[in-house]
Design a protein around this ligand. Structure first.
Ligand SMILES: *Cc1c(COP(=O)(O)O)cnc(C)c1O
Length: 362
């Protein structure tokens, strides 16, 4: 028998949203709509597509590991010094690099149960313990994290807005929390969905990084920028935290096509505006129709809705799949009676509502 590292025994495989291909094969369908992974329903920005295609003749060349053009573009857009920017093969890899650089066996990480599963898996992979401060879909107070701090606490994972429940913490709440938290504990603030947030008090903590060197702001090109398939994410952190992440970064982790596409996507304000418009309209449409059908829909600051279906949740998910509609069953997020639905294009949202209505009438 070949022995693995013992930590691997405690890590379950990541459960992704099902793919369109998979569902078409399984149910003999010609097409399906995927509202399961919070991808941009409008696709990648046309400018990013063009940049991607233009890289085709350079595919024999290694990428520049330090991605100077993209780093400059990110620095200019967000007003963050270049030595405070890190890039990953998706923000999944950024989470992994943070774990690799900072976690040791015996450390504790704080988080919640109903959130992105990669935080727990990463903590465990590096020998740390993932301590859930809440198991409920409701928003725990940030005091719950403070109360769970021990001398072993090394990192706190907060997803803002949270995937899959959509709740958020305001700027004031986070700043109060940061002021009370011991300053040697890292705060991994996952802002993958920040671009969709519309609340007036939603935080923008870039200006706070200087006074909080333990703060990591995680972003991604997978959501509003529409580049999930090409795998690229970025994060902002203090110069010392960034330098540690750069040390553990695989040399060529972000490929040349991703670097080029991301740089163009970043500057495509029109595509970002249209994406936001579709999300806002779809959010209002879906919420009102689902509430009329009697479902609990959690308020959201992201591009998805978290909906309580009840005991027959699995049945609905299968009914939808048979009819070519893929949504996310939240069993793997510790919410077996709930689904998460990505806000799609108007006709996709309409199809989802129609199918739920038909299922309910069965
Ligand atoms: C989608 C998502 C990301 C983005 O992951 P990538 O690896 O960049 O595609 C990060 N965090 C959360 C919570 C997400 O839902």
């Amino acid at each position: 028998m070949i022995e693995t590292r013992p930590e691997l025994k405690n890590i379950s495989d990541y459960v992704p949203g099902k793919s369109i291909e998979e569902i078409c094969e399984q149910y003999g369908l010609q097409s399906a709509v995927k509202l399961a992974s919070n991808e941009n329903p409008l696709g990648p920005s046309p400018k990013a597509q063009k940049a991607f295609c233009e890289m085709a003749s350079s595919l024999h060349l290694y990428p520049r590991g330090n991605a100077p053009h993209l780093i400059s573009a990110i620095a200019a857009k967000f007003g963050v010094p270049k030595n405070q920017i890190v890039l990953g093969n998706g923000s999944d890899e950024i989470i992994d690099m943070v774990g690799k650089a900072f976690l040791q066996p015996g450390d504790e990480c704080l988080g919640i149960s109903t959130t992105f599963s990669v935080y727990r898996a990463t903590a465990i992979l590096y020998g740390a313990k993932y301590v859930s401060v809440s198991q409920s879909p409701e928003r725990p107070s940030l005091d719950a994290y403070l109360q769970a701090v021990t001398p072993k606490t090394r990192m706190v994972f907060i997803c803002n807005p949270n995937n899959p429940t959509g709740f958020y913490y305001s700027e004031k709440e986070l700043l109060d929390f940061l002021a009370k938290l011991p300053r040697d504990i890292l705060v991994f603030l996952d802002e993958a969905y920040l671009d969709f947030a519309t609340a007036a008090d939603f935080p923008n903590l870039i200006s706070q990084m200087e006074s909080h060197p333990n703060l990591i702001l995680n972003r991604t090109f997978s959501k509003i920028y529409g580049l999930a398939g090409i795998r690229i994410g970025f994060a902002f952190a203090s110069p010392e935290v960034s330098a540690a992440i750069w040390k553990v970064k695989p040399a060529f982790n972000v490929n040349i096509a991703a670097q080029a596409a991301a740089e163009s996507a970043l500057l495509d304000d029109e595509h970002i505006r249209l994406s936001l418009e579709v999300t806002e309209a779809g959010k209002a449409f879906l919420t009102s129709h689902l509430e009329k059908l009697g479902f609990v829909v959690l308020p959201t600051q992201a591009n998805f809705l978290c909906i309580k279906i009840g005991e027959k949740c699995k049945e609905l998910v299968e009914y939808l799949e048979r009819n070519g509609m893929i949504v996310r069953h939240l069993k793997s997020f510790s919410l077996p009676e709930w689904i998460r639905v990505t806000i799609g294009k108007p006709e996709e949202n309409q199809l989802f509502v129609d199918l739920v209505q038909k299922w309910k009438a069965l």
